[in-house]
Every structure is written in structure tokens, then in C-alpha cells.
Design a protein around this ligand. Structure first.
Ligand SMILES: [Zn+2]
Ligand SMILES: [Zn+2]
Length: 239
């Protein structure tokens, strides 16, 4: 099987503990936000996309805020979204005479009874995904495919198990990308092996929570509850 750059990037990401797909996706998002601030925020296509997305999701908006030198770029991108919002508010014209059916819908609490309100909500709704979330999705897709392509590679298999496998969301996603029963079986078996050490530590952590056993607890067991959080919900996205 030919090995390209993504293979080596995946292999490197598997050297650290925790979900490699999370790690690669976070790195790609951080790189993207940097490039946005240092090169692209004034690009008319980026501005159009950011406007269509109605800005960034909460997580990426605040990551952007923490970037050095982001002030002017955030101001420009925000001005585009706010101008659109201002225009939509100015264009809001209350429905002159709601039809009988519209009034019945309002009375019954059904949506669509206030067409003017519905139209305003539609204008303010994002027409595309947050730009940084899109980068995350594309990256996840690329490396999950790379992992499945090389799932029989002994070096990657060993690193996968040692790293503790994938987080639950990425495991589900990877499982949905498998093409053959053999591939699915292999993935399940590797994830099963990868889970065992953490589960053992987590159960020990719970057992030794009793003060009588507290002194027996190892440092690794002490962190097992945080590792469990990351395993279930994905690694924390930080810069
Ligand atoms: Zn993950
Ligand atoms: Zn986002």
C-alpha cells in the first residue's frame, strides 16, 4: 500500500495518548485560524463564506479572539455579519393581514403562523457551516479514510492500541466508513484492546475512592476520569 503524507501524519499523531483524529483535527483548525488572521480574512471569498455562516460557532469564535493580532480581522468579518443583520431588521415588515389559517396556526402554537417572523428567522439562519468546523470535518474525513486504508499495518495497529484508540464520536464515524466485514471486525478488535487499560484504571480509581485505599492509588489512575471524559466526548479543543 502506497504511503503518502497523511499516513505519516497519522502515524505521528498516534504517538501521543488519546484520540489521534481529535488531535489532527484540532491541529488543522488551529492552523486554519492562524492563516485566517495572518493572510485570508480580507479575501472576499472568505468574507462571503463567513457572512453566509453568520459568523463562527461559539468555540471557534473565542479561539479566534485569543489569537494575537486578530482584532482587525474579527472587526471586518463581524461588520459583514452585523450589517446583514441590521439590514434584515430594517427590512422586517409585519404581516399586514394574516390569513385565517395563519391566525389558527398562531392560536394553536404551530410554526409558520407568522410568515414575517419566519422570513426573518430564515434570513438570520446560517447558510453554511462555521468555517473552522468545516476544516475540522474535512480533516476528520481525510484521516479516518487514511486509518482504514492502513488498518492492517502492524506499526499503526500497535500505536493505535498504545494511544488508547479513538474517542467514541470518532469511533462511530470510523465504523460508518468501513467497507468490508473484515475491516469492521479489525477496527472493533483494536478498539476493544485499546479500551482495556483505561477501563482497568478507571475501575481501580472508583474502587480506591474509599479512603481506606486512597494511598494505593497511582498517578495514572488519578487521571483516569479525565481520560475517560476525553474518550467519551472527544479531546478538548484547545490551541
Ligand atoms: Zn476523537
Ligand atoms: Zn466552529
Amino acid at each position: 500500500m502506497t504511503k503518502h503524507t497523511p499516513y505519516y501524519e497519522l502515524r505521528d499523531a498516534l504517538q501521543g495518548p488519546g484520540c489521534a483524529i481529535c488531535r489532527l483535527a484540532h491541529k488543522a483548525v488551529a492552523r486554519y485560524l492562524d492563516s485566517l488572521v495572518y493572510e485570508n480574512a480580507n479575501d472576499y471569498r472568505v468574507r462571503a463564506d463567513a457572512k453566509a455562516a453568520r459568523g463562527f460557532c461559539n468555540l471557534h469564535a473565542w479561539q479566534l479572539r485569543d489569537l494575537h493580532g486578530a482584532a482587525l480581522d474579527v472587526a471586518i468579518l463581524s461588520n459583514d455579519v452585523l450589517t446583514e443583520w441590521e439590514r434584515a431588521l430594517a427590512d422586517f415588515t409585519p404581516q399586514a393581514t394574516p390569513s385565517f389559517l395563519d391566525r389558527v396556526r398562531v392560536f394553536l402554537g404551530l410554526p409558520g403562523g407568522q410568515k414575517d417572523v419566519t422570513a426573518l428567522i430564515k434570513t438570520l439562519t446560517p447558510q453554511r457551516t462555521c468555517l473552522a468546523c468545516r476544516v475540522r470535518e474535512t480533516t476528520e474525513h481525510t484521516y479516518i479514510h487514511e486509518w482504514l486504508t492502513h488498518i492492517t499495518d502492524p506499526e499503526l495497529q500497535a500505536a493505535f492500541v498504545a494511544a488508547g484508540g479513538l474517542c467514541l464520536p470518532h469511533f462511530r464515524q470510523t465504523l460508518s466508513y468501513t467497507n468490508t466485514p473484515e475491516q469492521a471486525e479489525q477496527l472493533v478488535e483494536l478498539q476493544r484492546q485499546a479500551l482495556t487499560p483505561l477501563l482497568t484504571e478507571l475501575r481501580e480509581f472508583i474502587r480506591k475512592h474509599d479512603y481506606r485505599f486512597e494511598t494505593e492509588r497511582t498517578a495514572s489512575e488519578g487521571e483516569s476520569w479525565i481520560k475517560a471524559l476525553a474518550l467519551i466526548s472527544g479531546q478538548r479543543e484547545t490551541r
